[in-house]
Ligand binder design. Structure first.
Ligand SMILES: [Zn+2]
Length: 192
């Protein structure tokens, strides 16, 4: 009985982590981040940042392909191996896929969207054409896009995880990303 429970938990763990591997691993290496300051400092708006949002969006959807691995392995385990391991893998990887697909039926948007990249581009264009101050320096802070010179809020868009190496270390950082799925952990308190 205890063995089945442990195998089930191991299965849930594998099924939960696999679809998130691209987001957890791909962009965290040093070479991917020399355009950006260290986490958790604000990131200046630039084409590099817009591109990073688009990459993370791709890796997010790539998670569906990565979910097929525990789905297939879970199926084989159900048929030929341990039923509880297979069931655990099926349950959590299947849930991840459903969770991603619910976006299309009016659920929460993913942490990284095309719309988000557009909004960053709009702020960048606007700071050139219609600057907020003499030295506009739009940057993405934890809770919103603000100007580093005059501190005006340019877009009330909280910052999701941006794939940088986390300041809280690989283990704690990964646990936070697994728990939040990359969504911003803080949200802006309205000032009025
Ligand atoms: Zn300004």
């Amino acid at each position: 009985m205890l063995e089945s429970i442990i195998l089930f938990i191991v299965g849930v763990f594998i099924g939960h982590i696999s679809p998130r591997l691209p987001i957890l691993m791909v962009t965290r290496a040093k070479g991917f981040n020399f355009h950006f300051p260290h986490h958790p400092e604000p990131i200046s708006l630039s084409p590099h940042l817009t591109q990073r949002v688009m990459h993370l969006r791709v890796f997010y959807w790539l998670g569906i392909v990565f979910a097929l691995i525990p789905l297939a392995a879970g199926y084989m385990s159900l048929v030929w191996g341990s039923a509880s391991l297979g069931f655990g893998m099926w349950l959590s990887s299947g849930w991840s896929v459903i969770n991603k697909l619910q976006t299309f039926v009016g659920g929460n948007p993913p942490p990284w969207t095309y719309d988000m990249a557009i909004r960053l581009q709009v702020v960048m264009n606007k700071s050139k054409q219609d600057p907020c101050c003499d030295f506009p320096e739009p940057e993405w802070q934890l809770t919103a896009v603000r100007c580093a010179s005059c501190n005006i809020t340019l877009d009330e868009m909280p910052r999701p995880d941006l794939g940088r190496k986390r300041s809280d270390g690989i283990i704690m950082g990964s646990i936070r990303i697994l728990a939040s799925d990359g969504h911003p952990i803080v949200s802006e308190q309205s000032n009025d």
